[in-house]
Design a protein around this ligand. Sequence first.
Ligand code: SAM
Length: 286
Amino acid sequence: MNNNSLLSHRKEEPENGILYIVGTPIGNLNDISQRALNILQNVSLVACEDTRQTKKIMNKFNISNKLISFNKHNSLVKIPKILKDLKEGKSIAIVSDAGMPGICDPGEDIARRVKSEGIDMICVPGACAAITALVSSGLPSSSFVFEGFLPKKKIDREKILSEISKNEKTTIIYESPKRLRKLLNELLELCGGDREIIVARELTKKFEEHVGNNINKVIEFFRDKDIIGEITIVIKGKRKGDFNPDKSIIKKDLIDLIDAGLSLSSASKYLAKKNGLKKSEVYNLI
Ligand code: SAM
């Protein structure tokens, strides 16, 4: 089969092959689209984050094709090879282990390169945990912020968490089950216990669960539980007058920072920024 015939809606067939970015399920294999299966069957090769994961889909739907591994560890070597194949007229599909490639998964770099080389690229949309969690959260979903995984480095993490606490839009975060408790406590400190939040666990899978209410109640729910599975968190945006940060905690932080050697002015400035307050409000706490 001519690979370019996959691009059925275009009038002129390009000389280069086409890169198909193919969304796959985030748990329930039946969420794969017929079009995705068609592409996976008919391209020259499928570049997979982990060939074992992709084989599960291929086997379930009785399709076979050449699979190569394409992930963050080998992308520097693989991207030039994929570009060469595309320029030779081969069409290639990129898939990640789950969901949409490029969304916290390999795919972003190759998409940028392919675009800059003027090669055709088509996305075959599939499931995405962020969108699935957002839509099922019942929180405002027409305008939102997706943060992916938060940085681990303290200073970067604090900056993003502070932004999230002040943002008026719904925010979506990916988090590992091991770090969920820590994240919930960080959100409690910055957003207050009343902020609405939904923890979506194991979306589309057998033990799918949506734990939601406010931050206090979600923390309580997970208090004595083993937290396992895949997790996406949806946080309601801040409304005016929503949260009065706990001034006693801020006062304690202020004293700690001054004890550690910071001036009252610098410590107040730092804590004001962190808590979304005016510097004078912190300064006047002591
Ligand atoms: N590319 C994927 C997408 O489109 O959603 C995301 C890949 S990212 C490496 C994996 C993270 O997505 C998980 O750690 C979790 O936060 C979230 N995730 C993936 N599948 C999920 C599911 N079934 N339920 C809840 N969250 C999920």
